[in-house]
Design a binder for this molecule. Sequence first.
Ligand SMILES: [Zn+2]
Length: 301
Amino acid sequence: MRRTIAIAVLAWGLAVGAPSFAQDLAVTEAARRAELIAALPADAAKRVFGLLKQPNAGPPRSIGSYAKGCIAGAVALPQDGATWQVMRPARNRFWGHPVLIAFIERIAAGLPAGWPGLLVGDIGQPRGGPMVTGHASHQIGLDADIWLTPMPEQRLTAAERDNLPAKSIVTADGNGVDPSVWGLPYRQLIETVARAPELARMFVNPAIKRALCHEAGADRAWLAKVRPWWGHDDHFHIRLNCPPGQTQCEAQEPVPPGDGCGKELDWWFTEEARHPKSGPPGKPLLVSQLPPDCAAVATAP
Ligand SMILES: [Zn+2]
């Protein structure tokens, strides 16, 4: 079921990450990845970009759109900071535009009381591009997943980071947040991110948006950028605007005005939203179908 939804979303070609299996365990993910790579043509974009281990040098350039592009000059988020730890390091998806990496570090340095640190999930591949497993977006170094699990006091081992399961904070019926887990720090963390001017939008589970709509007071303009989306029950997804001067970066339509609560949110709890029809899987995108500069990004030393 969860995978059906993700496939449906990919099939629709919607420009967002909706991976309900994005935080899969290392072994599961590696096995699925190997299987998928073997089945892909040699010039499939997700195969080519998925096999690249290092970024290329030079100034950072986000090229294309969040769900169809690549990045040159990406940098890594260090595996550890005082208030963050990188999860799933074996996947090598901790690369992003320096503006995004600095953003994550800044959020981590100014966390609300009660949220001890960030567990950072997938950012992007060393040169961005589509991924063999997990995401439709995260391609130009401006998207990142943050776990909805507070950072533990201890430093996690590499094995723990690759294998600790991410825990959903949404009730089994999908209607609300788990009251035994949800609390003020969750709202404050999401609100802190949502208020950042560089943020284009963020994705949360509809049940989380519902809780936020319910709890927000009169000052609720920040809710506009908090978008409901499938999955995202154990992490949220942040997406930054194209940084100034990034002329090859394609911006997305801005979020509609309003807090996005009420009718618009209600749709997410209908049968139609919960059981989207999945179309046949599309043909894999080839490197030649990405923005032209991405072929050079893929082959540069
Ligand atoms: Zn994501």
